[in-house]
Design a protein around this ligand. Structure first.
Ligand code: HAM
Length: 396
């Protein structure tokens, strides 16, 4: 027999029983987003490449090294979306959404594509649940969004104590300009310890050196000046307010002055959530986000403050302690007609019951009592302790 061409590395099939755990997570996420009055946004997986270059940033790992970019048959450069924010902003501008409502709350779920080194929790096609809010720049919006994300993780079944929220503020681009000079001075004094990427970024985008994955560069970056120390009074006061409101919502968090995030569009509050739960190992950042108050205008829209986050579904699934099997819906009835007349008799009854929403499997192959007792699962009815009970407990 000819060999089947393999699936693409880092892109997985999702089968039962695992898919039941996905359904559970997606349903919980939708329920939470619904309670916070978000609407779903569905965008294409393909966009013209400049959208990502101009939003995520030309000098970022995502754009420089990870995008699936190719020419379509019309000769235009398109990219599989590496993230969802850029598409949401494009949709916001193209649909003149600000004319319809003062504040837009969107969420999305779907596959994203990054050509990264594939490993546990790091895939080339991975799925995100993301949320974006346009039109509100109040600190309470930042706090509400982070609290919503934590609520979601708790609803997934993660232990609240294992959820680690880090926040930082990147301030305004004008504040970052002064900081940029300090960073260049600092890293210029440590050129011998920088790798080629970082040396290049020293000229183009020194902030990006701070999210290098190279251990030697990380060690140098640990001693770099902190952006938080450079913020003006207004930015500091805003950041303090976000923290106070977060406290009021019961969200424990740490300020991480080294947190910069890997995408260029951020301004002001940024945050990440890590968890020690489950089997995540080193890829334990389950979600990240922040404000991007300048992005809508820089892509041709009106001045519109915005904030969002995205959560990695595969990573969240690895952090949920229960097995996939415990999310499997059980069968209500299993029919095993013993011969053709019995099948003919049973089929309309089963059909009718299924039409009423009862989950039933019927054996179409001629069943023998002997095979039925020895060949589960297709012959054996679901065990009485069917996980449907577990599922409804979780959903409640
Ligand atoms: P991000 O930090 O690049 O942010 O991705 C968000 C989450 O997606 C990560 O925390 C991680 O859980 C998951 N993720 C990222 N890359 C991979 C991968 N290769 N394999 C598996 N999971 C992955 C964004 O994408 C921003 N768009 C978030 C945002 C929305 N900021 C504002 N609005």
């Amino acid at each position: 027999m000819a060999d089947v061409p393999p699936g693409v590395k880092g892109m997985n099939d999702i089968l039962a029983p695992e898919v039941s755990k996905w359904h559970f997570l997606e349903q919980q996420a939708r329920d939470v987003l619904d309670a916070f009055a978000y609407h779903e946004l569905r965008t294409p997986v393909l966009e013209y490449t400049p959208l990502f270059v101009r939003s995520v940033g030309e000098v970022t790992d995502v754009v420089e090294k990870q995008m699936y970019t190719f020419e379509d048959r019309d000769g235009r450069s398109v990219s599989l979306r590496p993230e969802g924010t850029a598409s949401a902003v494009r949709a916001y501008i193209e649909n003149a959404q600000w004319n319809k409502e003062p504040v837009t709350r969107w969420y999305y779920m779907g596959p994203m594509f990054r050509h990264e080194r594939a490993q546990r929790g790091r895939l080339r096609q991975f799925y995100q649940v993301g949320a974006e809010v346009f039109g509100a720049n109040e600190p309470s919006m930042d706090a509400e969004m982070i609290a919503m994300l934590v609520t979601m993780l708790v609803r997934f079944g993660l232990d609240g104590g294992a959820i680690e929220v880090s926040i930082n503020s990147l301030g305004e681009p004008e504040e970052r300009e002064a900081y940029r000079k300090k960073l260049v001075d600092y890293f210029s004094g440590h050129r011998d310890r920088l790798d080629d990427d970082s040396l290049r970024r020293l000229e183009t985008n020194p902030l990006r050196i701070l999210d290098s994955k190279n251990p030697e560069v990380i060690a140098v970056a640990a001693g770099a000046p902190k952006l938080l120390d450079e913020l003006n009074e207004a930015s500091r006061a805003r950041f303090d307010r976000v923290r106070k409101l977060l406290g009021g919502l019961g969200v424990k968090h740490e300020v991480d002055p080294g947190l910069v995030r890997g995408l260029d569009y951020y301004t002001g509050t940024i945050f990440e959530i890590k968890t020690k739960a489950g089997e995540l190992g080193s890829q334990n950042t389950v979600a990240g986000g922040g404000r991007y108050d300048r992005l809508v205008a820089s892509l041709g829209g009106q001045n519109t403050p915005a904030i969002g986050f995205a959560l990695g579904i595969e990573r969240a699934l690895l952090a949920i302690p229960d097995t996939a099997e415990s999310y499997e819906p059980g069968l209500a009835v299993f029919f095993a007609p013993m011969d053709a007349p019995a099948l003919e008799f049973a089929l309309p009854i089963v059909h009718d019951l299924r039409g009423k929403g009862i989950r039933i499997e019927i054996e179409h192959r001629p069943a023998k009592l002997a095979t039925c007792s020895s060949a589960p699962p297709s012959c054996a009815p679901a065990p009485p302790s069917s996980s449907a009970a577990t599922r409804s407990r979780r959903a409640s």
